[in-house]
Design a protein around this ligand. Structure first.
Ligand SMILES: [Zn+2]
Length: 207
């Protein structure tokens, strides 16, 4: 049985950054709605999905995700940058699981398509090491997902919540965004499956 995990970034106590109007919500609240819209898409396709939130009483939500053992997991966030001038989409990954860069590529491609991200607004996929500058940033942006998830996992940052145009995009294209993420996960599952068939994993793992 195929299953996917969706992790809501942040907690009810630390809700993440605040988006300007029209979203006017913190990451935690927006990502809840997004997470359940993604789950709805997957359930419609007869795919098992579990939505994890960090304040569900888990000692470590990522242990729970690993135990659930989905084909892949995506943790939902949106970006922010002081002054609100930054814009664009990026997807973060680590090399903890060798399939992570591929998951990041597939998600980034789908999200950029529905948000019309071209040129510099497609900020690309980024290895976490590019981001880790100080501890504050690590805590704020919830990098734990890609540190502790042993299943393929990425963090998505589809837009900058404190940029006026980006917030309008995240608001107006909410359903398209949800579909792009569920489609990206399904693409990943297809890619994984075709690689198993072709026996490619052995080669990759031996490198
Ligand atoms: Zn966040």
């Amino acid at each position: 049985m195929i299953s996917f995990a969706v992790i809501i970034g942040h907690t009810g106590k630390q809700r993440g950054s605040l988006a300007v109007t029209p979203i006017s919500e913190h990451e935690y609240d927006y990502c809840h709605k997004l997470g359940f819209a993604i789950a709805e898409n997957l359930v419609d396709d007869d795919i098992e999905v579990c939505v994890f939130q960090k304040d569900d009483g888990y000692k470590n939500v990522y242990d729970a995700v690993n135990q659930y053992n989905p084909s892949c997991a995506v943790e939902l966030h949106f970006n922010s940058f002081p002054g609100g001038a930054a814009t664009g989409t990026e997807t973060l990954f680590t090399d903890k699981n060798f399939k992570n860069p591929r998951l990041a590529e597939l998600l980034q491609e789908k999200i950029c398509f529905v948000l019309d991200r071209e040129g510099s607004t497609n900020r690309g996929i980024k290895h976490i090491a590019e981001y880790i500058q100080d501890k504050q940033i690590i805590i704020d942006r919830g990098y734990d997902a890609i540190k502790y998830c042993s299943v393929p996992c990425c963090i998505i940052e589809p837009f900058f919540g404190n940029n006026t145009n980006d917030s309008a995009l995240g608001f107006r294209r909410f359903l398209n965004l949800a579909t792009s993420i569920s489609d990206g996960m399904k693409d990943f599952e297809r890619w994984s499956f075709s690689n198993i068939i072709l026996g490619k994993y052995k080669d990759i793992e031996n490198k």
